[in-house]
Design a protein around this ligand. Structure first.
Ligand code: ZN
Length: 73
C-alpha cells in the first residue's frame, strides 16, 4: 500500500495541486519536513503527509493551522 514518493513526483504534485512551490530538493521520507514557498511569498515547512492528506497547502498565514470551530474540513 505504500506509495513511493520521490522529490520529482512531489514537486509535480505540488505544482498540479496547489499554488505553492516546492523548494526542497531531497525527500527522505514521510516524517521529513519539506520547504515550500507559498503563493503569497512566505516560505513554510510541512511534512508531505500534512500537505497531501490534510490539505495544508499554504503557509500558516494564508491557511491558519487550526480552523475555526465548526469549519474543520
Ligand atoms: Zn501564504
Amino acid at each position: 500500500m505504500n506509495k513511493r514518493w520521490t522529490i520529482d513526483k512531489i514537486r509535480t504534485f505540488v505544482n498540479n495541486n496547489s499554488d505553492s512551490k516546492l523548494l526542497s530538493t531531497e525527500y527522505h521520507g514521510f516524517s521529513q519536513k519539506l520547504l515550500f514557498k507559498c503563493a503569497c511569498g512566505n516560505n513554510f515547512e510541512k511534512t508531505f503527509t500534512k500537505f497531501n492528506k490534510n490539505n495544508q497547502r499554504k503557509c500558516d498565514t494564508c491557511q491558519p493551522p487550526k480552523a475555526p470551530r465548526g469549519q474543520e474540513q
